[in-house]
Design a protein around this ligand. Structure first.
Ligand code: AMP
Length: 461
């Protein structure tokens, strides 16, 4: 099947052909016709499947006729993180270049004034994280009664981040006759409940997980003792043909320490995680994209959904606690038909997590190295249940290698007694699973390229 066969406008076909895409991916082939028929949909699809274009493309055509009114966006896309919100905005820019639609991006960490100005001009497409949207809504800067279409993207991640009450609240502010598209990698009961409540006779679409379907990613488990992780990583970085790699850690502290260690060993590495300020995150990501650095040490939320072309390797320095995170992490490589390799370090304490991963992806992953007996070194413990991760390790359990000098406690951890939602610091991009449980929802900084198109029309013809 080709894009030309599914009834998209000539303008879209032109933009798609310039982007180099002729054939829809399975999620696009399944979802686009349903959206064109104005059906609500529940789509079980992960990042990496082409899911963004599966709603962006038909939305552009549906919205092509009609005019935006001040403060009344015509459509709303909810994203759990700023990075994903920005990637969706980039998709609108790319595919909507021959349309005259206007767009605004409402994300934390960016001046609210510009966003309000954009809204006042009227926008066809509003892309928002729930925290910032609720803030502006409560300040009376935005009316959702003109929203004909609602997209709830990455619904299961919204659940993990505690956004479901906000989303329910937002849904009640939209007209009942709207079209709603819900995307989620999994369908846990609270998401099913949300769908039952706010979608009307939805078409259910499910596509294969990219990790199980993606034969382009070679996967390995590497047995390692916790003390040896850095040595083994450096060996692999030297012996593998690594052009560039994302290295995932479970904790922000580990991200910081590992990056410092790699740099000390002369490697060109950078780091992204929730406690790094917006400008630095943006710089690091740009440096990785343009090749100034070739290693990016990252936490899950900061790197989720990042679409960087040609990542040759993914290393899970820490085995992820949740099997879904494994799928998301390794999906950063092997993209767009390229080959990729994913190495996951396994300590004795990770065996249960690995079992769950193998169950989810339906295959045994090849193992390298012997299982080492713990030689008195501390073991990391897996969390008792989903959504709760163990506290940061105490200093005495840190690896023997020199670690980064002690850093001042991030502001948001200090402010643990503040209420969960603060007006000026929405919780949109918090990394809840990596924070102490008593910490308030925080604002962890934007790490995508600063959008030049913020609130500006993006059509050229
Ligand atoms: P997503 O799942 O939306 O994050 O998309 C994953 C990647 O697939 C992005 O780099 C898209 O640009 C790319 N992509 C989207 N649609 C297509 C298509 N029809 N053919 C090939 N690649 C695509």
């Amino acid at each position: 099947m080709r894009f030309a066969d599914i009834g998209l406008s000539d303008e879209l076909l032109r933009a798609l052909s310039e982007a180099g895409y002729d054939e829809p991916t399975p999620i696009q082939a399944a979802a686009i016709p349903q959206v064109q028929m104005m059906r609500d949909i529940i789509a079980i699809a992960q990042t990496g499947t082409g899911k963004t274009a599966s709603f962006v493309l038909p939305m552009i055509d549906v919205l092509a006729n009609g005019r935006a009114r001040a403060r009344m966006p015509r459509s709303l896309i909810l994203e759990p993180t700023r990075e994903l919100a920005a990637q969706v905005a980039e998709n609108f820019e790319k595919y909507g270049k021959y349309h005259k639609l206007s767009m605004a991006l409402l994300i934390g960490g960016v001046q609210m004034g510009d966003q309000v100005k954009a809204l006042e001009k009227g926008v066809d497409v509003l892309i928002a994280t729930p925290g910032r949207l609720m803030d502006l809504f409560e300040r009376g800067k935005i009316l959702l009664t003109g929203c004909e279409m609602l997209v709830i993207d990455e619904a299961d991640r919204m659940l993990d981040m505690g956004f479901i009450p906000d989303i329910e609240h937002i849904c009640t502010k939209l007209p009942a006759t709207r079209q709603t598209l819900l995307f989620s990698a999994t369908m846990p009961p609270p998401i099913k409940k949300l769908a039952d409540k706010f979608l009307s006779n939805p078409k259910y679409i499910e596509v294969a997980r990219p990790a199980t379907a993606n034969v382009n990613i070679e996967q390995f488990l590497v047995n390692v003792s916790p003390m040896k992780k850095r040595d083994v990583l450096r060996d692999l970085l030297r012996t593998e043909d690594v052009s560039n790699a994302i290295i995932f850690c479970n904790r922000k502290t580990t991200v910081r320490e590992l990056n410092t260690s790699l740099q000390r060993h002369g490697m060109r590495s950078g780091e992204i995680h929730g406690d790094i300020d917006q400008a630095s995150r943006q710089k690091q990501l740009e440096a990785f994209k343009n090749g100034d650095i070739n290693l990016l040490v990252a936490s899950d939320v900061a790197a989720r959904g990042l679409d960087v072309k040609g990542v040759s390797h993914v290393f899970n320095f820490d085995a992820p606690w949740h099997p879904d995170d494994y799928v998301h992490r390794i999906g950063r490589t092997g993209r767009a038909g390229a080959k990729g390799k994913a190495f996951t370090f396994v300590t004795k304490a990770d065996e249960e997590a690995i079992e769950n991963i193998e169950k989810l992806i339906g295959t045994k992953i090849d193992r390298l190295g012997k299982v080492e007996a713990p030689s008195g070194e501390p073991e990391e413990r897996a969390p008792a249940k989903r959504g709760r991760k163990p506290a940061e390790p105490k200093a005495k359990s840190a690896p023997a290698e020199a670690v980064a000098p002690a850093e001042p406690k991030p502001a948001r951890e200090k402010a643990a007694a503040k209420p969960a939602r603060e007006k000026a610091a929405p919780k949109a991009e918090a990394e809840p699973a990596q924070k102490p449980s008593a910490a308030p929802a925080g604002d962890d900084g934007w790490n995508g390229p600063m959008p030049g198109f913020l609130g500006v029309g993006f059509g050229t013809s």
